[in-house]
Design a protein around this ligand. Structure first.
Ligand code: FE2
Ligand code: FE2
Ligand code: FE2
Ligand code: FE2
Length: 399
């Protein structure tokens, strides 16, 4: 039966607070956990971080004391949820291992969203971005082999391939060309709003993560690679956030945020293989139903509309982590040489792009190319995980 979060009853806000014992969850086993369980954890952490940051921004624009207090109460629960979710990650995993898992999320979540997105302009934006995070995965996998002497298949298993995408050095575009056109809130499918919020939040968390952990590495090549890819994640946040219609009021945005949290917890509850983690998704879903009810009240009061006018009548099919190898290979064969110009896409290196490239390269090889050279020198070949045969673009993609 279709699940309509607006019709379901959740846990009353007063009963959502957890004590230290309840917050102290047992992390997943880094060696035996389903890689897609780890992907769901990383995704939900990004969603909760966005819930917290958005609520803070909203509070800073809100003159009404009582509403500010209500936002603070819900936000504290979001903060507890973020702690529970992110603390499912094991301390045993290294920063670089977690990084590889972040890029696996970017690949398989974005590919899923691209496949399900009903709007062709938005689909193009996801297809464009996924080939870049796919390449980041390959660069970090080579760094991992070089400095930790392990192979990325230990983390991604055989679920996601590791090989060149659009080469990372070509991702450094003039910032002006990273801004896309938004969807139109008056005609868009409700699913498109959810997709844009989900990918924006995941990329924002990746950006924040690289900002913070990049300088914690000792090896110069690792420090440099995190700087380079960290700047691309800034570009990705710009790219995806610009898809959201800025004409949505803050109350409409709050409503979309809470609805999307319901959608994703529901999706992951339906698809989770680890029973302990599944219990957490279910508990958090029941909390989010109440957050949604409160957001819907604020929306009715300040926006003067009914939530049914902007939300779907029931949840769309669950967001699913699954291999997207064939889909990615198709994109590699057809879109590897794309870049952006203004809000559109082109295949040639235009003047503004070339100027940006010259400015950031400073006449040297970028870290993302150096890391492949260095690993070839040490391991005798670069690291790839091509489970479905040779690279579909068939190119030597090195600079
Ligand atoms: Fe939440
Ligand atoms: Fe990335
Ligand atoms: Fe990214
Ligand atoms: Fe929430």
């Amino acid at each position: 039966m279709a699940f309509d979060p607006l019709q379901e009853r959740g846990i009353p806000l007063d009963e959502q607070l957890r004590n230290w014992r309840e917050l102290n969850v047992t992390p997943i086993d880094p060696d035996h956990a389903d890689p897609y369980t780890r992907c769901r954890i990383i995704t939900m952490n990004g969603i909760e971080v966005e819930a917290i940051l958005f609520s803070h921004q909203l509070a800073r624009h809100c003159p009404d004391l009582e509403i500010k207090q209500q936002l603070a109460r819900v936000r504290y629960i979001e903060a507890q949820q973020q702690k529970v979710v992110n603390w499912l990650l094991p301390g045993l995993a290294s920063v670089l291992e977690t990084t590889i898992a972040y890029e696996q999320v970017a690949v398989d979540l974005t590919a899923w969203v691209a496949r399900m997105e009903p709007d062709s302009y938005l689909t193009q934006a996801y297809q464009f971005g996924v080939l870049e995070d796919f390449d980041h995965l390959y660069r970090y996998a080579n760094l991992y082999e070089m400095i930790e002497h392990r192979k990325a298949e230990k983390i991604v298993d055989q679920l996601t391939e590791v090989m060149p995408g659009r080469p990372t050095y070509l991702h450094h575009r003039d910032p002006k060309d990273n801004v896309r056109q938004p969807y139109d809130r008056s005609v868009t499918e409700p699913l498109s709003r959810l997709h844009a919020l989900t990918i924006m939040s995941a990329e924002q968390q990746t950006m924040n993560f690289y900002m913070n952990v990049g300088p914690m590495h000792m090896e110069p090549i690792a420090r440099r690679l995190y700087q380079e890819i960290g700047l691309i994640e800034e570009e990705h946040v710009t790219h995806y956030e610009s898809l959201v219609d800025p004409g949505e009021s803050l109350w409409e945005q709050l409503l979309n945020h809470e609805y999307n949290e319901c959608y994703l917890y529901y999706s992951f509850m339906e698809t989770e293989s680890d029973p302990k983690v599944k219990n957490i998704w279910e508990l958090h879903l029941n909390m989010e139903l109440e957050h949604l009810r409160l957001a819907a009240e604020l929306f009715k009061r300040f926006d003067g509309r009914d939530p049914d006018q902007v939300l779907a009548p029931a949840l769309p099919p669950p967001v699913t982590f699954e291999p997207n190898k064939g889909y990615i290979r198709e994109l590699l064969a057809t879109q590897i040489d794309c870049t952006t110009l203004g809000t559109g896409y082109v295949r040639e290196a235009h003047e503004r792009f070339t100027r940006m490239q010259e400015a950031v390269m400073g006449g040297e090889k970028p870290p993302s190319e150096q890391v492949i050279d260095d690993n070839r020198a040490i391991s005798g070949r670069e690291y790839r995980l091509e489970t479905e045969g040779p690279h579909p673009a068939g190119l030597q993609l090195s600079r």
